[in-house]
Design a binder for this molecule. Structure first.
Ligand SMILES: Cc1ncc(C[n+]2csc(CCOP(=O)(O)OP(=O)(O)O)c2C)c(N)n1
Length: 313
């Protein structure tokens, strides 16, 4: 969680210095969800994320330097500087993409899960999305199909309470937008404290085990909060100050730090975790800043599945 927190705080600073190209969507405050799944998943499982995918990419073991270089649009970036913050992908780490079309990736995760079934592997596809996504048709289509076909997929709604400028409660008929609808698809509604990394890890382990054993999909709603607004263009000032403060009081990073100290983990060990993360982000930042821009001649490369630029019938 500390790594993810450090990375996004630095990404924010670099954005304010106009070094991050395009916009970026931070998940500060939501780190427990990505960290718990990153820990519980097997190396050959698949992650599908949204445009808010920095933490999910790092949680699968991707190094900070290429991710930071990607945000800065450098040639050494994860996608050679051609994807940017919103499209992080690292197939070798099972990070199968960050999708900007709300809801689109739930059906793609189904496709990955189906391929695992057809190939007889016990890989699991895990798909993260926001609360607003539960009001998109693809959410319902994907859940229905996943249940009918008993697909090894785990749908994880990160209910950070807000969509883009709109509170989820203002436009949704049920209090828990994902968990309360699970029954419609024959699933058990699972609502978890998304700021409690231990509870998240347990929920992740149960759902992954269920999928791996051939018992089909799960739908988890993680109750959490993003500290900032929707994107860097949005400071989120429309949200009530008391609401923000109440969630800051339950910030997963300091809360878990305190938990470690309370349960006897030595102060030096906790400090070493902080120091490692600081060193890692400092190194990544310097390397990314020093890296050259992408070669314009490569702009058409990697456009098609074979890595080339030419249309094929
Ligand atoms: C199909 C589609 N409709 C609208 C948008 C514009 N849009 C981007 S993010 C977003 C809000 C999504 O909210 P939520 O699913 O709660 O995720 P969060 O951003 O809070 O993580 C909207 C409406 C889009 N990208 N795709």
């Amino acid at each position: 969680m500390v790594r993810l927190r450090r990375f996004e705080k630095r990404a924010y600073d670099l954005f304010m210095q106009n070094l991050v190209k395009g916009t970026s969507h931070l998940s500060l405050g939501q780190e427990a969800v990505a960290a718990a799944f990153g820990e519980a998943m097997r190396a050959d499982d698949w992650t599908f994320a949204t445009y808010r995918g920095h933490a999910h990419t790092l949680a699968r073991g991707t190094e900070m330097t290429p991710v930071m270089a990607e945000l800065l649009g450098r040639g050494s970036g994860l996608l050679a500087g051609k994807g940017g913050s919103m499209h992080l992908t690292s197939v070798e780490h099972g990070m199968m993409g960050s999708y900007a079309i709300v809801g689109a990736h739930l059906t793609i995760a189904n496709g990955a899960a189906w391929s695992a079934r057809l190939r007889g592997t016990d890989q699991v596809a895990v798909c993260f999305f926001g609360d607003g996504t539960t009001n998109i048709g693809a959410f319902h289509e994907a859940l229905n199909l996943a249940v009918i076909w008993r697909l090894p997929v785990v749908f994880v709604c990160e209910n950070n309470q807000w969509m883009e400028y709109t509170a989820i409660g203002d436009i949704t008929a049920v209090p828990r937008p994902a968990a309360d609808r699970a029954g419609s698809y024959g699933l058990t509604g699972v609502a978890v404290d998304g700021n409690d990394v231990t509870a998240m890890y347990e929920a992740a382990t149960t759902a992954l085990g269920r999928a791996r054993a051939g018992n089909g999909p799960s739908l988890i709603e993680a109750q959490t909060y993003r500290h900032g607004g929707h994107s860097r263009a949005d400071p989120g000032r429309y949200r009530p100050a008391e609401e923000i403060q109440a969630w800051l009081d339950r910030d997963p990073v300091p809360t878990y730090r305190q938990h470690l100290l309370d349960t006897g983990v030595p102060e030096q060990t906790v400090a070493a975790i902080d120091d490692d993360a600081t060193r890692e982000i400092d190194t990544a930042t310097e390397a990314a800043k020093a890296a050259p821009a992408p070669d314009v001649a490569l702009v058409e490369q990697d456009v098609w599945a074979d890595g080339g630029a030419a249309w094929r019938n």
